[in-house]
Design a protein around this ligand. Structure first.
Ligand code: ZN
Length: 367
């Protein structure tokens, strides 16, 4: 029988949406359960609440993967007083693991927001608010002959990806000098004698969360016993990581036509929106979940509309006639998120059983 452990699944998810990309307030990752547990079936949902756990028990799923973490902050007692406590107790009693892919899934290019862009058929999409602090650069020096293999190993480990390009590097030729002491066994040259070697300097970029993999690939594939290298933090904003997305609506639509399209595509009953100022909507900014913090950036990027949720009354005034705010509801904006998780999962475990919850966990009802 094909056995998959919790950790094998979470590794795949975290390779796609690294936990280091979550916001500081967040609690994404494995929340309940052991990484070593064998998984019977996976249940995907937006909110791992009690009813979803009941469904997991009934359908023999012992790993629940949600978007929202059931646990955000510390709890001091487990008496079953709140829905959070009851959910945790139930999960532990029935040996069910709970994992959440939350703001780490919001902040990647192919995450929550790309799903909304896909539903709205937006073209030329990009991250609305790219982030700094996620890129590093490696410099290393290697004999010419070993450069090709080393580059290949670094690329294999995930270095050298810039947008739609991979295997990106810069290489320059020079020479290095070194002298090993009597305890050395140099790849070239003699101990105690200065050696001059024609070397290639390889420069590659990589995401900060791959640092261990990249350095380990470097050390494994570099011929010297002491590998000369430097890593530096790169301050560039990275177009692959950040909040919200923006894309073009083709063909552009009148606001009323767009609202109908939005309702249909996002399965929304009600849209709360500011005055429809533009004659046509051609640029659409989106942010799954609470996205009011992106209003200024959406205006600056020339978006005609910002599709998101959780705007407060006074925040609607901030549209200032420069953009249309379209608040479609938190649950509604993220309801297709489990499909992203399913797509990643199926690529890696094509034959493994996977279910979507049949429960609508939206706590908000419309009359
Ligand atoms: Zn959310």
């Amino acid at each position: 029988m094909f056995i998959v452990k919790v950790k094998e699944i979470t590794e795949v998810l975290e390779r796609f949406a690294p936990l280091s990309l979550q916001e500081p307030y967040d609690n994404a990752g494995l929340i309940i359960g052991s990484p070593e547990m064998e998984v019977s079936q996976v249940l995907l949902c937006l909110d791992a609440v009690e009813e979803v756990l009941d469904e997991a028990i009934k359908t023999n799923c012992n790993l629940v993967i949600s978007h929202h973490p059931i646990l955000f902050s510390g709890i001091k007692h487990l008496t079953g007083n709140t829905y959070v406590e009851r959910t945790i107790i139930k999960a532990i009693r029935h040996n069910i693991a709970i994992y959440a892919a939350h703001t780490n899934l919001d902040n990647i290019r192919d995450g929550v927001n790309s799903k909304i862009c896909e539903r709205l058929q937006l073209k030329n999409t990009k991250i609305l608010s790219p982030r700094r602090g996620h890129l590093m650069k490696l410099y290393t020096y290697v004999p010419h002959k070993a450069a090709e293999d080393l580059r290949a190993a670094l690329f294999q480990a995930g270095a050298g990806v810039i947008g739609n390009y991979d295997q990106c590097s810069f290489n320059s030729e020079g020479y290095g000098t070194f002298r090993g002491n009597i305890n050395t066994n140099p790849f070239v040259g003699e101990p105690g004698v200065q050696h001059r070697e024609a070397e290639t300097k390889i420069e590659v970029m990589f995401p900060v969360w791959l640092e261990n993999e990249i350095i380990s690939a470097l050390k494994k594939n570099h011929p010297y016993e002491e590998v000369a290298y430097e890593t530096i933090a790169v301050n560039n904003k990275w177009e692959e990581i950040g909040a919200g997305m923006i894309g073009e609506l083709e063909p552009p639509m009148e606001p009323a036509q767009f609202f109908l399209f939005l309702k249909e595509q996002m399965k929304v009953k009600v849209i709360k929106h500011t005055r429809a100022i533009n004659t046509t909507i051609s640029k659409v900014a989106v942010c799954g979940g609470s996205g009011s913090f992106l209003l200024k950036e959406a205006i600056a990027s020339g978006a005609d509309v910002l599709v998101t949720s959780d705007f407060k009354y006074h925040q609607f005034f901030d549209a200032e006639g420069q953009i249309i705010i379209a608040d479609i509801g938190h649950y509604e904006s993220e309801q297709f998120t489990p499909e992203i998780l399913a797509e990643i999962f199926r690529q890696k475990f094509p034959t493994f059983a996977l279910r979507f919850t049949s429960i609508n966990t939206n706590p908000i009802n419309y009359f």
